[in-house]
Design a protein around this ligand. Structure first.
Ligand SMILES: [Fe+2]
Length: 336
């Protein structure tokens, strides 16, 4: 038996209007100061005004969100008492909002109580629903059950990751109105995060057919539309498909899991504070190269990446598996 986890996903132009249909009138918005400065927050609050929903805003999220800021968000959320929590931003905002949501449901909890073996957490969303609205096309956190929060320990910032299936947002609203304003560098970094999610998930030990189907389509879309979104930031079609691809990749890795590329990426960014997409993007080609050459597992990785390359048209169906599998590495090097 296997279980495919996903929130309700609303995507495409004007997806933001779906908020009107969501039950709940008192919104706690979790975001950051950059999102506010870019005018994204106003796009959301204008909609909430139109839909007669009241709100308060918590803008204290920073990149690689700190545990103490998340705890502050928890206190403000409890004080406000919302029936909807809205996460507007990138991965750091999403992860903070998911954690605040859990601690709002269980005010006695700290971050340490959120773990996959906490059965009590299955009784969830009794106070509020979580709406996740990604503003970048990469994180996938709007559809996953994982969070990463930074904790200062033994003199260094450490990335503390945890999971629970109850942390999956109730709704993911994937509206291209936000990523169309991303600068080219951020477009590439977040795009590589999305690519890393699907490329890693495809050979993960938890891989499954639902995850593979979404990952395969996501990789196809990323290779087609990421270069266009980078060169033509205003290209709405490219932005819309990249936004969809990032969410598909989120569902792929959320259900199949990432592995060494993300483990190394988190370690690197935990110490040097390199952006997440840059960290995992940097390792991606070496992860693929390692997996294709890994002793003992070589045949399985080769077989899986050969399958991927042939389905994506990077290799011919008649090609030897080894030859076909290495085209995945060549394609990633080309994207770099
Ligand atoms: Fe990632």
């Amino acid at each position: 038996m296997w279980h495919f986890y996903s929130p309700n996903v609303i995507y495409g132009e004007d997806a933001l209007n779906f908020i009107e249909k969501i039950k709940g009138t008192r919104c706690f918005i979790v975001t950051d100061k950059v999102i506010e400065k870019l005018g994204f927050l106003k796009i959301l609050t204008d909609k909430l005004d139109k839909f007669n929903k009241s709100y308060t805003v918590f803008t204290e999220v920073v990149p690689d969100p700190h545990e103490e800021d998340v705890m502050k968000g928890k206190e403000e959320c409890i004080k406000y008492g919302p029936d909807l929590i809205i996460a507007l931003g990138g991965g750091s905002v999403m992860d903070s909002a998911k954690t605040i949501w859990a601690m709002y449901e269980y005010p006695e909890y700290t971050f340490d109580n959120i773990d996959p073996f906490n059965d009590k957490l299955y009784d969830f969303a009794n106070k509020a629903k979580l709406i996740a609205i990604p503003t970048t096309s990469g994180t996938g956190s709007e559809v996953t059950w994982a969070v990463v929060i930074s904790r200062f320990q033994d003199g260094v910032w450490r990335k503390a990751g945890t999971t629970h299936t109850s942390l999956i947002p109730t709704y993911a609203i994937v509206d291209p109105i936000f990523p169309v304003r991303m600068p080219p560098e951020l477009t590439i970094l977040t795009g590589f995060d999305a690519l890393a999610h699907s490329i890693e998930a495809y050979i993960s030990m938890w891989r499954n057919e639902f995850g593979n189907a979404l990952g395969l389509k996501a990789i196809e879309l990323i290779f087609k539309y990421l270069p266009i979104a980078y060169k033509e930031p205003e290209n709405k079609e490219a932005r819309d498909y990249m936004h969809q691809a990032a969410t598909m990749s989120g569902l792929a890795f959320g259900n199949s899991q990432c592995h060494i590329g993300h483990a190394m990426g988190h370690s690197l960014s935990g110490i040097f504070h390199t952006p997440h997409g840059q960290s995992v993007g940097l390792f991606l080609r070496y992860v693929v190269e390692y997996c294709l050459n890994a002793p003992g597992e070589t045949n399985e990785s080769i077989q899986l990446y050969s399958d991927l390359a042939k389905k994506l048209g990077w290799a011919k169906w008649s090609d030897e598996d080894k030859q076909a599998a290495f085209t995945v590495l060549e394609q990633i090097k080309f994207m770099h």
